[in-house]
Design a binder for this molecule. Structure first.
Ligand SMILES: C[n+]1cn([C@@H]2O[C@H](COP(=O)(O)OP(=O)(O)O)[C@@H](O)[C@H]2O)c2nc(N)[nH]c(=O)c21
Ligand SMILES: [Mg+2]
Length: 320
């Protein structure tokens, strides 16, 4: 990408990337990739995002804790008496393994398969009304990052496919997105969905999505893969280190920009986040940075296709 090319955008001109809480290890690399995105246009873009604490906030204005997608389910009133207790036992056993900094990933994978399998077995053999999830999820439709609606509107207008990846419970994810009115046709949720047999819950549908296969390799051969595999400009967003690998499985030549939202134990985590994500946003509860990037892509797109009316004044360069 030639820095002298007309329309080349320099890092220092993108205001949202120059904010104090926006940490970037390699500004030149980020500048280059953003310019690739701008020149490639919306047709080459896709977005891959984690759900829990990436689309939902890590910290809310009113201090109310946001439940994870599994948390929304576990909170449902009609679950059998010992469900929560048993589920907590599994959590207390496997969660430390999941985040153990010393255990090699292949070893962890076995444990994660065990965890999701046992959780599926526990989530079996009793009736359950999905409306309960809707009730629980409804509380969190307003706990999405500020300006999530604007982000999803732009993605829809630019026809950029969005993959929401969650190793959590898909029914909760879909319910929150639906009730927030952002589950547009360009948005696809890949996650674990409840299965029913003879009116009773029967665990989760295949394929199992756990922490370490939560990436585009699970899409192989699917309809969605066909839709996105030529889109080699990818924005990845997540709040956990593992989320940075969600685009694994896309062609090696792809340009991937990784945005990480860091909130807890900022100092202890900073180095790892900086080494893992291209852009680290510290306690940023908005979608302003991804919106700014889309704004640049959209603006160039409009210059090339002037017959397309600007659809969101807030996304013009002057507002970035
Ligand atoms: C099988 N299982 C996995 N988890 C956790 O759910 C998370 C879902 O993974 P995720 O959606 O990829 O990550 P995020 O929540 O960081 O956005 C995993 O990282 C696990 O820690 C689980 N959490 C609960 N409460 N119950 C479960 O059965 C269960
Ligand atoms: Mg998350």
């Amino acid at each position: 990408m030639d820095e002298n090319r007309v329309g080349y955008v320099s890092f220092q001109d993108i205001l949202s990337l120059n904010q104090e809480h926006c940490k970037v290890r390699d500004r030149q690399a980020v500048e280059r990739i953003i310019n690739e995105f701008i020149w490639g246009g919306p047709e080459r873009m896709q977005m891959v995002s984690d759900f829990d604490f990436t689309i939902t906030k890590q910290r809310t204005d009113d201090g109310i804790a946001v439940l994870s997608s599994f948390g929304i389910f576990n909170n449902c009133k009609s679950l059998p008496p010992h469900y929560k207790e048993e589920s907590d036992k599994l959590f207390n056993k496997y969660r430390p393994i999941e985040i153990d900094p010393h255990m090699p990933i292949p070893e962890k994978v076995q444990y994660m398969i065990e965890w999701w399998t046992k959780s599926g077995q526990l989530t079996s053999g009793f009736p359950f009304d999905l409306a309960e999830i809707d009730q629980g999820a409804g509380q969190f439709k307003n706990a999405l990052r500020d300006r999530t609606h604007e982000l999803f509107d732009s993605l829809r207008q630019l026809q950029i496919p969005v993959l929401v990846f969650s190793a959590g419970l898909g029914n909760s994810v879909v319910s929150v997105l639906q009730q927030a009115n952002i589950l547009y046709p360009n948005v696809k949720v890949i996650s674990n969905f409840l299965k029913y047999s003879d009116g009773m819950l029967a665990g989760f549908q295949e394929p199992m999505i756990h922490t370490f296969n939560k990436n585009e390799t699970v899409l192989d051969g699917s309809e969605y893969y066909e839709l996105v595999h030529t889109r080699d400009h990818i924005i990845v967003m997540g709040d956990s280190l593992g989320d940075a690998h969600m685009a694994a499985g896309v062609p090696a030549s792809s340009h991937i920009l990784k945005i990480g939202f860091l909130f807890e134990h900022v100092e202890a985590n900073m180095e790892k986040y900086m080494n893992t994500f291209d852009i680290v946003l510290v306690d940023d509860q908005t979608m302003d940075v991804p919106r700014a990037l889309l704004g640049l892509i959209e603006r160039r797109h409009q210059l090339r296709h002037p017959h397309i009316a600007p659809n969101d004044a807030a996304l013009q360069l002057s507002a970035l």
